[in-house]
Design a protein around this ligand. Structure first.
Ligand code: IMP
Ligand code: MG
Length: 185
């Protein structure tokens, strides 16, 4: 029987490294938003694991909501179409301090689109992006937004799995972040 780990080429960030970094991010956000009540918006599904840990590392009052947007149809590892909204927020964000919580900032197209949808039409007091991972080498032309909080930057240009990130909907439950073996694609 094949195990999930058999398809991991190598571990990039261990469970402990991830937890340590998220504590730092939570402390930073708690300090930056002192006196405010930010709304954390998790971009489903990839960011749920990060969201669950990040929110527990934030020590000021905050609320949460979820959105789903897709850029990866099926099993491809390349975004084939423009990001599409699958699930909208439950509530209004007018006047709120919104932090988008994302798993990985890759081409940046998903978040650029999300920011366009949220910023002007919905009038939040502020909008920032917190991403666990950043692949700066992959930024698409025309993407002008930048993440405000980054867990780990300079992620190599390879396909990353685990800790919420999937390949064809699998591997999200790995507790660490790893690189998928080519033979598993
Ligand atoms: P972007 O629009 O190209 O920035 O794509 C962002 C989304 O693509 C992320 O939220 C992930 O769901 C997915 N993605 C990008 N790179 C990877 C990867 O290396 N592994 C798994 N998912 C990825
Ligand atoms: Mg995602």
């Amino acid at each position: 029987m094949s195990r999930l780990e058999d398809n991991v080429d190598r571990i990039l960030y261990s469970e402990q490294q991830i937890q340590d970094r998220i504590k730092e991010l939570g402390a930073q956000i708690s300090a930056d938003y002192e006196g405010k009540k930010p709304l954390l918006v998790s971009v489903l599904k990839g960011s749920v694991v990060f969201m669950a840990d990040l929110m527990r590392s934030i020590t000021i009052p905050c609320s949460i909501d979820f959105m789903a947007i897709t850029s990866y149809p099926g099993e491809t590892t390349v975004a084939l179409h423009e990001p599409k909204l699958l699930k909208d927020l439950d509530g209004s964000i007018s006047g709120m301090d919104v932090i988008i919580v994302e798993d990985i900032f890759d081409s940046g197209k998903t978040l650029q689109k999300l920011c366009e949808m949220l910023l002007k039409p919905r009038n939040p007091a502020s909008l920032r992006i917190c991403t666990l991972l950043d692949k700066p080498d992959r930024r698409a032309k025309g993407v002008t937004i930048k993440p405000d909080y980054v867990g780990f930057s300079n992620i190599p240009n390879e396909f990353i799995i685990g800790y919420g990130l999937d390949y064809n909907q699998l591997y999200r439950n790995l507790p660490y972040i790893g690189i998928l073996k080519d033979s598993a694609k």
